[in-house]
Design a protein around this ligand. Structure first.
Ligand code: IVH
Length: 685
């Protein structure tokens, strides 16, 4: 060790910091360690020995200075026992009835069957998950991406509404979920104090709550007036109640604050009146709410209903109408999106809408401009609902009419390529593809963004600057930035430390889950959910890419296989194959691939090992103990694929009552058939 020169030691410490950070992420975030514990310990030991010999060279991002997996945010990562999901929204009574109808249909309940619900105000705060072991609070985590959050245990312990010990008997292990919030009055008082002290002003109570909870120094959190309403259960070793309403009572008994306005509704028909009551009370409540959450009361029905995508089938968030304001359109500009879509944007005289200053609103597309009849100078009503981009709702006062109404652009405002509107589509698109700087830039922003590669320190502004200055032109270039760390350090606004942190953040992302990689490419219609479906179906990067290249040929086996994936429709398949049909895209992807390691999709343990994993199943005839959608969802949760028709590839046909031609076909092809009861046994239902 003493043989090393300081320069050599510094280089090795740097390499170790990046490498250890990468293994931390693989271990904590992806549950997919690439090296043994002993190898990991050896890296740490080497790092410690070097730091001991060269104390002056200890890095700010030294593995010993970081907690757990995060260098940049300063919080350790905390994996949730059960995912923290979001909720589907309803915006009116019709959407709400749609939710009830779907649930009843899924459960096979007649329309008139009573279905008790609990209505709870939807608190506009941030959700947290609290783990109790033998009644003691052992960990508190933010939602994060739903699978992994940040460990904020020390901060949460400062809240009065969170018991450190559950009052009364409790399961050995339980995750309790709730919403942390700040009251409107406390928010105003905090902002006044912040302003006096010359500190950051918060935009709204929710931001103030989030900013106050996510303090590295928990004594700051302790000085902030935060509260929490408990409302849900995550992973638990035993189920402490049979209904949601009883569960809320249990939470109260353990010492949590439960929203006093929550109410058990005997039937869904009671919901609209309850909704109106809460909406009327909204303005007088001491805290912000943005709707009412309705949850099916019976927990056994909840577990039968399960989840679709990231939201439960047993709950819905019926949102209050959006908040509106009136202002003047100062200009109409056109923005070019990641997939070339040209979106007209209204530049507005800034106006306060529900506590947020709004200076731009989307006009969606040219038809919408025509429908609204909006021109520069007009006074318009704008609205914002939740986190969506503010939009122009109507023109209330027209400016004296100038020469002409706004006209759609015939060419891309950035690359001047032809802009065309395909028949049947509302969106006009730039045809420049990757020759259009705007499209390239938006794709790079998407690539580095949170749901995608999530590269800390490479936010929208930085990507735009690096792209403009020629540091990055394609995703693979991002992984070449570490080699240019010294150059980056000399840029305006940068220094040795921030450049080094960026290197570490990039290195930490060289290992990536296949689904994230697919999502990151920004292919039209391939959102997170479709990316997950693809990753699960194809298993490995190589298999996926090869199959996609073959699927470009219409009529190929790869193409029909792609079309058979439940949830991947024809339009999605077309976008994928259009992407792979372009040589430029294939090259860009191959270059990127060379920089990365991918993690194959994690299948649920039951799915990975169970008898149904990877099997193709067909249901036919009338099932008597569960509905068709329920059977399909169950099969899919066990790793099977459900298709409609019987072929040689089919592994199993489940015969309900009065099964007809499909049963015959199965017999002809020698495909295994089982009764409904046998199927239930196989599925463990
Ligand atoms: S239940 C699986 N209940 O809304 C369902 N969520 O849009 C778990 N929220 O992430 C959530 N008040 O942060 C539930 N009474 C309430 C809520 C509530 C606010 C938030 C929560 C969640 C988001 C979903």
């Amino acid at each position: 060790m003493s043989d090393l020169t300081p320069t050599e030691a510094a280089a090795e410490l740097e390499r170790l910091a990046a490498e250890i950070a990468r293994h931390d992420r693989a271990y904590h975030e992806h549950d997919a360690p690439e090296i043994t514990d002993a190898e990991y310990d050896a890296l740490r030991a080497r790092n410690n020995a070097l730091e001991a010999s060269f104390p002056d060279l200890v890095r700010p991002d030294s593995p010993n200075r970081r907690v757990g997996a995060t260098a940049a945010s300063g919080f350790a990562k905390a994996a949730h026992g059960a995912p923290m999901l979001s909720l589907d929204n309803a915006f009116n009574a019709e959407d709400f009835s749609g939710f009830i109808d779907r649930a009843r249909r899924f459960l096979g309940l007649p329309v008139e069957a009573p279905l008790a619900l609990v209505g709870e105000p939807k608190i506009d705060g941030l959700s947290v998950s609290l783990t109790y072991e033998n009644g003691q609070l052992t960990r508190a985590a933010t939602r994060g991406d739903g699978m992994v959050g940040e460990d904020v245990t020390a901060n949460i312990r400062t809240l009065n509404s969170v018991p450190h010990t559950l009052a009364g008997p409790a399961p050995a292990h339980i995750e309790i979920r709730g919403e942390v919030f700040m009251t409107k009055a406390d928010f105003l008082a905090l902002n006044t104090a912040q302003e006096e002290a010359g500190d950051k002003i918060f935009a709204n109570p929710r931001n103030a709550a989030a900013g106050s909870l996510r303090q590295l120094d928990a004594t700051i959190t302790a000085g902030r007036p935060l509260s929490m309403f408990a409302y849900a259960m995550g992973q638990a070793s035993a189920r402490p109640a049979a209904t949601h309403s009883a569960w809320l009572e249990q939470l109260r008994a353990w010492g949590f604050a439960v929203n006093p306005l929550s109410r058990l509704l005997a039937t869904p028909e009671e919901a609209p009146a309850f909704h109106a009551d809460i909406a009327a009370a909204r303005a007088t409540l001491p805290y912000d709410i943005d709707g009412v959450v309705y949850k099916i009361d019976d927990l056994a029905l909840q577990s039968r209903l399960g989840f679709v995508g990231r939201a439960p089938r047993w709950a819905v968030a019926w949102k209050f109408p959006a908040e509106q304001a009136t202002t003047v359109v100062e200009d109409i500009a056109v923005q070019v999106g990641r997939t070339g879509a040209l979106t007209p944007l209204a530049h507005l005289r800034p106006v306060n809408v529900g506590g947020v200053l709004v200076a731009r609103a989307t006009l969606h597309n040219e038809d919408e401009i025509a429908r609204l009849g909006v021109r520069v100078g007009d006074t318009v009503v704008i609205q914002r609902a939740g986190d969506v981009i503010p939009q122009v709702v109507q023109v209330v006062e027209t400016a004296p009419r100038g020469p002409a109404a706004w006209q759609p652009l015939t060419h891309c405002p950035v690359c001047q390529s032809l802009a065309i509107r395909a028949p049947g589509e509302v969106v006009r698109r730039c045809t420049g593809g990757l020759t259009c700087r705007a499209q390239v830039e938006e794709r790079l922003i998407h690539f580095a963004s949170r749901g995608a590669f999530d590269i800390e320190g490479l936010g929208e502004k930085t990507v735009r600057e690096f792209h403009a200055d020629g540091l990055i032109a394609s995703p693979a270039d991002i992984f070449r930035l570490p080699a240019r760390e010294a150059e980056i350090a000399t840029r305006e606004g940068w220094g040795a430390l921030s450049a080094r942190n960026l290197t570490a953040a990039i290195e930490a992302r060289r290992t990536i889950a296949l689904a994230r990689l697919i999502f990151s490419l920004g292919i039209r219609r391939i959102g997170e959910q479709n990316a997950r479906l693809l990753a699960r179906h194809y298993g490995t990067y190589e298999n996926w890419a090869t199959q996609m290249e073959q699927a470009v040929i219409i009529g190929s086996e790869a193409r029909s296989d792609l079309g058979s994936i439940t949830g991947i429709g024809g339009a999605i398949a077309d976008e994928l194959t259009a992407f792979f049909a372009e040589q430029h895209n294939r090259e860009t992807l191959a270059e990127l691939r060379a920089e990365l390691r991918t993690i194959e999709p994690a299948t649920a343990p039951a799915a990975a090992n169970g008898a149904l994993a990877g099997k193709i199943v067909v249901f036919t005839g009338t099932l008597t103990t569960m509905t068709r959608p329920e059977a399909k969802a169950l099969a899919e949760s066990l790793g099977a694929r459900v298709t409609d028709s019987v072929s040689k590839k089919t592994d199993l046909v489940v015969l309900g009552a009065d099964a007809g031609s499909k049963a015959k076909k199965a017999a002809e092809l020698g495909v295994r058939t089982v009764s409904e009861q046998e199927w239930r046994d196989m599925a463990g239902a």
